[in-house]
Every structure is written in structure tokens, then in C-alpha cells.
Design a binder for this molecule. Structure first.
Ligand code: CTP
Ligand code: CA
Ligand code: CA
Length: 693
């Protein structure tokens, strides 16, 4: 790696000096770094990904020496291979017998499993023979993932400087901007200003250094027009500081927990993620601004975040290329025409290295899933119920960790999905708000759902069964029960100072919430709304990576879907799967308008000082803005109830339902808290009633 030459001051009158003495960045731009602004040209984002994660978990647990080849086995397949074993040519697709031939000293450690009747998962001897009666548990890896995340958060400065987003079971994004800003000002007090003439649009002075020590970082080659002799600017210095921070984080993870990981450091999430995979294992790659084009042009765009799935395929088909280089030649107008305005513009920017998506520190779980594929299929209610017992135990142990016993968080819905042939069907029930969530209650709900599925007459033979909880939200803690917050009908209107229907019909000029929402072409919003939810792998206990959506996985990886079960229809969709979402397309609830006669039943959650109000177009009345989430959730729960009633009333066979047209799929932004992504609040006209046959 070559370092730039030493910095020399020359005559202040020469034009070369003038160029050199000013940075390309302004005081204002620097100040946006402090706020982790997504438009700041100096921002520093890192992506940290654990090396061969499940395999490392087993090595740490078993105290296996670092150079010992090891793979993680699931039934008859391998799902994670450590780096020493990869030297023998092993990968996830190599069958175990073949793997042992290629690498005789390979340790194959089977994943932990739940055995029917047990209260907890365990590492069972010969569990690979027990596929028919055991269920895989990824809990050990989830627990390690949490320890690592907690350590990362401990090493970094406290929020709001710290911005950490858990992106899957073994990766995080870090927005290091605010911390880098702090360090920049400490090391280079000159940056504190004030700006000349107090004008924030003035350019900063150049960094008073040119020799940046990149230590052991892998530096990506520079763009064609750049040379290492070009003096560094503040973006290079910012990257260097970011890289130091990441090195410290990685060292701490290794020192304290004995895990190695790789990292990418760059100006946005997309580049950082490509960077972490650039040189594995145990190294970090910096992609400086001046190296972005060079770096990106070597990729197939299908490797880029959000372009791995359906959208990527669509782009390949439309423009007959899968390379970034090839796509750079396509004018923005053509991209927009083919893909819609939003997706077209997004793609145009992304292949040029621009990505303003934020690092989202939300870490709360939104749903949990436990599932099992059956080979051979199962055929009776009794057997199904036995599996439900295991699912409930599995999920409940995770609920306890989420603080459900203390009512810190609670789920709102239970969903059962069952697959018969290529069809996956779902049943859903609300979890009643008044009761404590416990194992027996969940088991009863699950059993009822299975009974409904059986009554529909399409349950057997069942190839896959899963149970999920959704709509997690903060529980009410303290001594005030939910009823203390509920005020009904006229009382609520009186407290709000809102005229009742008798005055003006309760109408206002404010358009209903869902009409005000921006509707795009139905692609980008969907991709990002859902991606947003799922990049918080943290938000789902069934962390999903892009990889899980690749078709034709080996049997091992498909069995991995013991824990992750996209139905066949979801396997090629964008990198987010929510069973509730997929069922939504089939089961859009009938949401007839609430009539004035039953308006009094609408609970309104009042807050001591109501300042803003919003208009609920389903109740045709204004409500306190602060209760929007709760109120929409109330409708949601009502819809589910109605839907439940409908489905038990119409116990005749349900024909597979048509998904709603794309344009009618609302996006998740601004929805009530905790609603499964994409869950419709109301059905579109003309498809209110489902296609029962
Ligand atoms: N995983 C899986 N099935 C897949 C993809 C991933 O079971 N189709 C599991 C792997 O076992 C892995 C973990 O999810 O340990 C994280 O996946 P990933 O980061 O893609 O791979 P690693 O095994 O961590 O390897 P790498 O060093 O390349 O990141
Ligand atoms: Ca990994
Ligand atoms: Ca990963």
C-alpha cells in the first residue's frame, strides 16, 4: 500500500496552493456529520459480518482450536463451514460424505434440537437421525449474536452518538459519523471554526497531514483518475478514523468473546456491505470515496443490497446485463420507464455508489416464528398438535427473553401457516389484550387455529407447519391497566372539543390518513418498506438473509427452514418475508365502514394533553394524533376478529386467493405500530370480499 507524500506548504500566492489549501468540503457539510445526516458527504458507515458464524459459535462453545476444520451439520447437510475447512474446497452444497472424503479431519457438529416433550433445546447425540421427531433450534446462535451485539454497543460511545443496526443474526451496520466528527474536532481543532466571515458555506482548510496510516486495512484500488499522490481530504481522514473505530470494535469482539469478523467501511450501507465481504475472514476493507467507481464496476449488480432477488432478475431481463458496468450505460429515462420513477432513480444512483438509506438503530423484535418441514408429510391433528407444543415452547422461551412476563413487550396476533403441496395457507387470531401471555394460552390459540385449518378440509397431508407471533408492541407497565386509558365515543369527543355528528357530521377537510400517504409505483416502496422491516433482523426472531431466498438450496439449507419458512411463493421475493404479509395477499380482511350506530364502541386512547388530532376515515371522526397507532391497531384487531368469524362461518373449503394488485398494496411507512409489514388496513373497493368458492 502506498502512502501519499508528505504535506508541504508553498507560497500562498500560487494557484496550486490555493487549490490545496481549501478542502472540497464546507463547514456546513462538516456540521451535518455531527448529526449523522444521511446526505452528509463525509459520512462514515461500517458493516460488520461474523466469519462463518454458526461454525465459530460451535468452535467457541467446544473450545476447538482455530485451525481445526469444522462444519455445522443440520440433518444430512452442512449449513456453515469454517475457514480452515473451506481450504479443502468445502461449501454448503457439498454432501457430508463427500466433505469427509475431501477433509478427513473435519468435525461435523450437529445443531441443537428440540425434542418433543422437552422443556428446552439441547445438543443431542445422533440428532441427525431424529429429523422426524426433533426440531432444529438456532437459539444458541441467537444468544451468541446478542452477546456480540451487546459488546459492540458497550465499546462504542452511548447513543445518540452510537447508531447500531442489527441487520441479521451475524451482521450489523454502524453509523460512525457522529463519533468520527467528535474525533476530528479533537485531533484537528482548526475544524472548530469559526468559518471565515461566519459563512458556513466557506470551504474548510485542507487536512494538515498527508500521510494516513491505514494500518492493516485492505484499501480498495483508486478510481482511474485518482492517484495515491493526490493529497487526502477530510473524507479520507474521516474514513481513517472510522477504520480505527472498527478495528477497536473487532479487537474487543476477539479479545472478549473470541470471535473473528470482517468489516467494510465506506460512505454508505450499500458500499460498506460489499466491503465486508471483500476480504474474508478477519479483515476490514475501506472503500474511500475516490475508489468507489473502481470498486463497484467490478461487481455484478445482483450482489448489491436489495438487488439480489426479484428486482435484480427483473433488471437483468430488461437490460440484458448483470454487471454494474453494463448498467452504467443505460440512461436514467430508460431505467425509469422500465422500472417506474422511484425504482429507476434509485437504481441509477446505487450503481454510482450513492445510497442514502439510514442506519436504523431500532432493535426491537416485531415477530417470532417457529417452524418445521415434514418429510414425510404429517396427516393428523394429534401429530400437528404435538409439533405445536414444541413451537410454543420454543417461541415462549424467546418471549421470556423479550420481557413478556414483565409485560415490557407483547405480541398481538398468532399466525399458523400450513403447507400442503405448493399451497401455504394461514390462519390468524388476535391475542386478547386483557390477559397475560403465557404458554398455555398460546398453545390453546395455536390448537384452535389448527382445528380451523382442519375444518377447512385442506390441512392434510401437511409438508410444513409454522407458528408465528406478530404485531409486537410495548406493553403497558406500571399500575395503570389498559382500561384506564380507554374513553368511549361521545366522552372522547367531548374531551377533544370535537363536535359530534349532530353538529357537522364529524367531517373535516383533512383528507383521511391513508389518502394522504404518498403512493408510488408500487415497487420501490414495497422493496424498501419491507426491507426496512427485515434489515432489522433484530426485529424478527427469524433473521433472514438474502441468501435464504436463493432457490435450489441444498436439502440442508432447505431444512434450515426449520427455522425460516418462506412459502414457495415467497422464495423469490425481495429479501423480507413475513408470513403475515404473505397471508395478507390471500386474506385481505373485510373492512366494511363503521357505521354511526356503532361509533360509541370505538375506544379512543386519550393522552393528558391532546394537541394534534387526526381524522380516522373508518370511524369518520377526529382522534388525538398521539393515539393513531393504537387506534389503527384497534381496527386491525377488529378486522382480525371479523375475519375469524367469517372464516369459521364459512368453513367450506377456501380456494387460493388472488393477491391484491401491486398498486393496491399499501406500504408500511406510517402504519400503526406493530402491524405486520404490508398488512392492509382496509380492502380496496371491488376486492373487499374474498374469492370464496
Ligand atoms: N446460513 C444458513 N443458510 C444460508 C445462509 C446462511 O444457514 N443459506 C447461516 C450460516 O450457517 C451462517 C449464518 O447464517 O453461519 C450467517 O450467514 P453468512 O454470513 O451468509 O455466512 P457465514 O457462514 O457467516 O460465512 P461468511 O464468513 O462468508 O460470512
Ligand atoms: Ca457471516
Ligand atoms: Ca451474514
Amino acid at each position: 500500500m502506498s502512502s501519499p507524500p508528505s504535506f508541504t506548504f508553498s507560497s500562498p500566492t500560487s494557484s496550486a496552493t490555493r487549490r490545496r489549501r481549501k478542502s472540497a468540503f464546507t463547514y456546513k457539510q462538516l456540521s451535518t456529520l455531527a448529526a449523522s445526516s444521511t446526505s452528509c458527504p463525509l459520512r462514515v458507515i461500517a458493516h460488520v459480518d461474523l466469519d462463518a458464524f454458526y461454525a465459530q459459535c460451535e468452535m467457541v462453545r467446544l473450545g476447538v482450536p482455530p485451525d481445526q476444520p469444522l462444519a455445522v451439520q443440520q440433518w444430512q447437510g452442512l449449513i456453515a463451514i469454517n475457514y480452515p475447512a473451506r481450504k479443502f474446497g468445502l461449501n454448503r452444497h457439498v454432501p457430508i460424505t463427500e466433505a469427509k472424503k475431501l477433509c478427513p479431519e473435519l468435525i461435523c457438529q450437529h445443531v441443537a434440537t428440540w425434542r418433543e416433550g422437552d422443556a428446552k433445546w439441547a445438543y443431542h447425540e445422533d440428532s441427525f437421525k431424529e429429523m422426524a421427531t426433533h426440531k432444529v433450534s438456532l437459539d444458541p446462535y441467537r444468544l451468541e449474536s446478542r452477546r456480540i451485539l451487546a459488546l459492540i454497543k458497550e465499546v462504542l460511545p452511548a447513543a445518540p452518538v452510537q447508531r447500531v443496526e442489527k441487520a441479521s443474526i451475524d451482521e450489523v451496520f454502524l453509523d460512525l459519523s457522529a463519533q468520527v466528527y467528535r474525533t476530528l474536532l479533537e485531533r484537528y481543532p482548526i475544524l472548530k471554526g469559526p468559518a471565515p466571515y461566519d459563512d458556513p458555506t466557506e470551504h474548510l482548510p485542507r487536512p494538515p497531514t498527508t500521510a494516513l496510516d491505514w494500518a492493516a486495512d485492505a484499501l480498495v484500488d483508486l478510481d482511474k483518475e485518482e492517484t495515491e499522490e493526490d493529497e487526502p481530504d477530510w473524507d479520507d481522514v474521516a474514513m481513517l478514523i472510522g477504520s480505527e473505530i472498527v478495528r477497536n470494535v473487532r479487537n474487543a469482539i476477539f479479545e472478549k468473546l473470541k470471535y473473528t469478523c470482517s468489516a467494510g467501511i465506506s460512505r454508505n450501507k450499500m458500499l460498506a456491505k460489499l466491503g465486508s465481504a471483500h476480504q474474508k475472514p478477519n479483515s476490514q476493507t475501506v472503500i474511500r470515496n475516490r475508489a468507489v467507481q473502481q470498486f463497484l464496476s467490478s461487481f455484478k449488480f445482483t450482489k448489491i443490497r436489495n438487488l439480489g432477488g426479484k428486482l435484480g432478475d427483473e433488471v437483468v431481463a430488461a437490460f440484458k446485463t448483470d454487471t454494474v458496468q453494463g448498467l452504467l450505460e443505460v440512461p436514467i429515462e430508460r431505467l425509469k420507464k422500465q422500472l417506474g420513477d422511484d425504482t429507476g432513480s434509485w437504481l441509477y444512483s446505487v450503481i454510482r455508489g450513492e445510497d442514502t438509506s439510514e442506519v436504523n438503530p431500532r432493535t426491537q423484535i416485531k415477530s417470532m416464528l417457529s417452524a418445521k418441514s415434514f418429510r414425510p408429510s404429517i396427516n393428523s391433528f394429534e401429530v400437528g398438535v404435538r409439533w405445536l407444543r414444541i413451537f410454543v415452547a420454543d417461541i415462549f422461551s424467546r418471549l421470556v427473553e423479550e420481557g413478556v412476563l414483565e409485560n415490557k413487550r407483547r405480541p398481538k396476533t398468532v399466525n399458523l401457516h400450513h403447507r400442503q403441496g405448493a399451497q401455504t395457507r394461514s390462519k390468524q387470531a388476535p391475542i386478547s389484550m386483557g390477559k397475560a401471555v403465557d404458554e398455555d394460552m398460546l398453545f390453546d390459540l395455536a390448537k384452535n387455529l389448527l382445528a380451523q385449518a382442519v375444518a377447512d378440509g385442506r390441512a392434510w397431508p401437511c409438508a410444513n407447519l409454522s407458528l408465528s407471533l406478530g404485531g409486537f408492541e410495548d406493553g403497558i407497565t406500571g399500575n395503570k391497566g389498559i382500561s384506564g386509558f380507554l374513553v368511549r365515543g361521545d366522552e372522547a369527543r367531548a374531551m377533544l372539543g370535537v363536535p359530534g355528528e349532530s353538529n357537522d357530521g364529524g367531517r373535516t377537510e383533512t383528507p383521511p390518513l391513508n389518502k394522504r400517504r404518498k403512493v408510488d409505483d408500487g415497487r420501490i416502496g414495497k422493496f424498501f418498506a419491507t426491507r426496512h422491516e427485515s434489515t432489522g433482523g433484530s426485529e424478527r426472531e427469524h433473521e433472514l438473509d438474502d441468501e435464504f431466498y436463493q432457490p435450489n438450496e441444498t436439502a440442508a439449507v432447505e431444512e434450515e427452514q426449520d427455522a425460516f419458512v418462506p412459502p414457495p411463493s415467497a422464495q423469490r421475493s425481495p429479501p423480507s418475508f413475513d408470513p403475515a404479509e404473505s397471508s395478507k395477499a390471500q386474506k385481505s380482511p373485510d373492512t366494511g365502514q363503521t357505521t354511526p350506530a356503532n361509533r360509541e364502541d370505538v375506544p379512543v386512547i386519550l393522552h393528558p394533553r391532546v394537541i394534534d388530532s387526526y381524522f380516522c376515515d373508518r370511524c369518520q371522526q377526529p382522534l388525538p394524533a398521539a393515539s393513531t397507532g393504537e387506534h389503527e391497531d384497534w381496527h386491525f384487531a377488529k378486522d382480525l376478529q371479523a375475519q375469524d368469524r367469517d372464516s369459521s362461518a364459512e368453513s367450506a373449503a377456501v380456494r387460493p386467493l388472488q393477491p391484491a394488485p401491486r398498486s393496491s398494496m399499501p406500504h408500511n411507512k406510517g402504519r400503526g405500530r406493530g402491524r405486520p409489514p404490508g398488512q392492509t388496513v382496509r380492502a380496496e373497493k371491488g376486492q373487499k370480499r374474498l374469492a370464496f368458492g
